[in-house]
Design a protein around this ligand. Structure first.
Ligand SMILES: [Zn+2]
Ligand SMILES: [Zn+2]
Length: 432
């Protein structure tokens, strides 16, 4: 099964032709033009057909003459543009065409089907299963208006646009699917769509259920200008095990071989030590949390003691951090990092090193053991530390000793890290 992405953009595409924001300006300047999301499977099945999809196929050198099944997700005009049915009849196509979709979308089409056109309609609702062109189609619920649906094809492909966070029955239906390809929407706004927070959370939920594995290709579609621009979007998606591809990309849904190496969800990443540095309030913790947001089974390691009742500022910050973290994450409060590094229960987020150091200042054996544990860990571990050397010269001798010890420990950990990042003003730059 080969899938051609006729478009990967939101309803208004990216750039929005009328918009003057920096994101749309970047898209125009770099020629990164995304049209309305639609896809073609082989040459006979089409997923969505907004006004731009037929011309997008023509620009790719593809004829739609062979399309026999058109699956519509919902009636919104970027997915259902029925005048295409009239253009088809003008081409004298006498082969049958089956329109599959929720009743509201099919009603939009009715006025565009001539009495002798060889078009049949198949209304569907979430929960249905049907055969189309020898393929097994399952219809899944979306969180989107007008009884919008998602489609699963041959238990290999999940086409998931447009939708907010996936309904519980949809997640349950995908359990154990080990999809080869997932097209997941990332419009960039939160209401009945997915954004930078809810997109990775859906991936984590699909991974938790074995619907997405290491062998699954995850491609973000329905992309709009509220997302970060190209390189930053690519960087975030890569951290989530996903990607954005240009319109016209052909994806091989390799269904004939079993997945390369199905693994347990907790063992799905190779060992990876990621050190994230930044100044106070630089966004380093947000970056660390985002980095693991698509992981199914994260343990958050707070290296400090629980706040005392009189430390209001600290308590507020801890509460804010907690509220930001996905509810499924486990929280452990400990300064004993060695046991966790030696036998990680899943991906770890350790926040933060200075707190650990304040409990182990002038304890060289502890620092040595930590560096060794970091070097030898077998898991995916993200460690947050502070970049303090460029700040104000500490007034006290203890402050200077702490600063020097932290700088030295950062250096030793960076030497044996797989990735080192510096966050400034919320922008992450890879140092090594
Ligand atoms: Zn849409
Ligand atoms: Zn814009």
């Amino acid at each position: 099964m080969r899938l051609t992405l006729l478009g990967t953009g939101a309803a208004d595409g990216w750039p929005n032709p009328f918009c003057s924001c920096s994101s749309c300006g970047w898209a125009r300047a770099t020629g990164t033009i995304r049209g309305q999301t639609a896809a073609l499977i082989d040459r006979d099945m089409m997923l969505d057909c907004g006004p731009e999809a037929p011309r997008a196929a023509a620009r790719l050198g593809i004829s739609l003459a062979g399309v026999r099944h058109l699956l519509l997700t919902h009636r919104h005009p970027d997915h259902t543009a029925p005048p295409a049915l009239l253009w088809r009849s003008w081409a004298q196509r006498r082969e049958p065409l089956e329109l599959i979709g929720p009743p509201a979308a099919l009603r939009e089409c009715a006025a565009w089907i001539g009495p002798t056109d060889p078009v049949t309609i198949t209304p569907v609702a979430a929960g249905d299963a049907l055969q189309a062109g020898g393929r097994q189609v399952r219809v899944l619920a979306a969180d989107h208006p007008d009884a919008a649906v998602l489609y699963e094809i041959d238990r290999r492909l999940l086409y998931a646009t447009d939708t907010g966070p996936l309904p519980a029955e949809t997640l349950a239906a995908t359990a154990g699917a080990e999809y080869r390809l997932v097209l997941l929407e990332l419009t960039g706004c939160a209401r009945q769509h997915l954004d930078q927070e809810t997109f990775p959370a859906q991936l984590a939920a699909l991974r938790r259920r074995g619907a997405v594995t290491d062998a699954t290709r995850v491609v973000a579609v329905h992309l709009g200008h509220r997302n970060p621009i190209g390189p930053e979007l690519d960087r975030r998606l890569a951290g989530w095990g996903a990607e954005a591809v240009p319109d016209g990309t052909v994806l091989d849904v390799a269904g004939d071989q079993p997945p390369r190496q199905p693994r347990s969800p907790t063992a799905r990443r190779p060992p990876r030590r990621v050190l994230i540095l930044g100044g106070a309030r630089s966004g380093k913790s947000v970056e660390a949390e985002r980095r693991l947001a698509a992981e199914p089974d994260v343990t958050y390691v707070a290296t400090g003691p629980a706040p005392g009742p009189d430390d209001v500022d600290w308590a507020t910050r801890v509460t804010q951090h907690r509220a930001r973290r996905p509810p499924a994450w486990r929280t452990v409060e400990t300064t004993d990092l060695l046991a966790l590094l030696a036998d990680p229960p899943g991906p770890l987020l350790i926040d933060c090193l200075p707190l650990w150091l304040s409990a182990h200042l002038d304890d060289e054996p502890a620092a040595h053991a930590l560096v060794a544990g970091w070097r030898d860990t077998s898991g995916l571990v993200v460690l947050v530390s502070s970049e303090v050397g460029s700040g104000v010269h500490p007034a006290s001798a203890l402050g200077r000793r702490f600063r020097d010890a932290l700088g030295a420990l950062n250096t030793r950990l960076a030497e044996v890290s797989d990735e080192v990042w510096l966050v400034t003003a919320g922008i992450a730059r890879r140092l090594a």
